[in-house]
Design a binder for this molecule. Structure first.
Ligand code: PLP
Length: 366
């Protein structure tokens, strides 16, 4: 059986170093916000080319705390509207809600699964104050177009990069550096995954960073003195230690994912299957390889009969979830089509050439 994602095997090469790191942290005796977190924050900021990195408890908190910090800075106010792709993972929308802001759903492009810049303008109202861009499945959204809209309408741009660690834009932004704040998740299945929960924010905005460092730790800079109504959402010392081991390999692992994607894109030949758009640049780190087909469930069952585990990301769009009854009768045809037709093929740094060949052969026979 080719499993969709074998986390044990992905972490196997790091086992010995992880065990040494675990002992080092244990012997050090400093378990919260210690030197591993500090080291990771410095390394990840440098890796992303950002001035600051703030380690937090998970990706959802990374997003939520960005919005809460902008509220503290007076750049956002409760009730402000935030543009967000309608087909995103639920966390993006929950973060907006947790900061008492209002999500405004916008359709993606069918070809890229990412926010359609042409559909943003018509959703902008006097209450719109930010765009939450999601680089879904690992592919960067059309940032030049989005940054331009944000610049013209004076909107903040927040990026959900939980699926796109290491994706590189091949074009300098038209409007200069609007990349105010980016949220990452280190959930075990992500391209840079810990052995538990973890997250981070990168930003060039020093004022924002200062508030974030405080908010994640009870709103306190000096112990027992609280400047803000904060939360407890710190990147765990042990998880930071594991991430410090894995970060140097992230680019190589992303390249392995891209190589598999190249094979899928050139060798899968089946009229029933629509392959994902990619311009073959480093703007995609293939967190997921997502195809579309009309009889998706049928294809998934066929693959399983052939010992290939494929998954659906995601079966139900946010506006059709029970949690959002108030949106259930809204219509987002492209989003709904995506959720009805997508299927994710196995893709990960440990998938072998033989396994990739087998998957291609089985799909071509379908
Ligand atoms: C995984 C994910 C998150 C949330 O990350 P957690 O660490 O699980 O909280 C947010 N947005 C997207 C797009 C994700 O894929």
């Amino acid at each position: 059986m080719i499993s969709f994602l074998d986390l044990k095997k992905i972490n196997e090469p790091y086992k010995k170093v992880f065990q040494e790191k675990m002992n080092a942290v244990l012997d050090n005796g400093w378990y919260i916000l210690g030197k591993e977190v500090k080291t990771f924050e410095a390394s990840f900021a440098a890796y992303c080319g950002a001035k600051h990195c703030i380690g937090v408890g998970n990706g959802l908190d990374a997003l939520t705390l960005i919005f809460k910090s902008y509220i503290q800075l007076g750049k956002l106010q409760k009730g402000d509207e935030v543009i967000v792709p309608a087909n995103t993972y639920i966390a993006s929308i929950l973060a907006i809600l947790q900061a008492d802001l209002v999500p405004v759903l916008v359709e993606p492009k069918l070809e890229t699964y990412n926010l359609n810049p042409d559909l943003i303008q018509e959703k902008i109202t006097p209450k719109t104050k930010a765009i939450l861009v999601v680089h879904l499945y690992g592919q960067l959204a059309e940032m030049d177009a989005i940054n331009e809209i944000a610049y013209v309408s004076n909107l903040l741009v927040v990026e959900d990069a939980a699926q796109s660690h290491g994706a590189i834009s091949n074009q300098p932004s038209v409007i200069g550096n609007q990349r105010s704040s980016v949220a990452y998740s280190f959930y075990p299945g992500k391209n840079l995954g810990a052995l538990g929960d973890g997250g981070a924010i990168t930003t060039n905005d020093s004022e924002l960073a200062k508030i974030l460092f405080s908010l994640r730790n009870y709103g306190s800079e000096t112990k027992y003195y609280n400047d803000f109504v904060g939360v407890n959402s710190r990147l765990d010392e042990l998880q930071a230690a594991f991430l410090n081991v894995k970060l140097p390999n992230l680019d190589a692992e992303n390249e392995l994912r891209r190589n598999i994607a190249k094979r899928y894109l050139t060798e899968i030949k089946n009229e029933k299957i629509i392959l994902p758009f990619w311009d073959f640049s480093e703007n995609h780190v293939f967190h997921l390889f997502v195809i579309r087909t009309e009889k998706r469930d049928d294809l998934q069952a066929y693959l399983l009969e052939n010992d290939i585990q494929a998954m659906i990301h995601y079966p139900v769009p946010p506006h059709k979830q029970k949690a959002f009854l108030q949106w259930n009768n809204l219509s987002f045809p492209i989003t709904e089509k995506i959720h009805n037709e997508v299927l994710s093929l196995p893709i990960s740094p440990i998938l072998t050439d033989v396994e990739v060949s087998f998957i291609i052969e089985i799909i071509n026979k379908y």
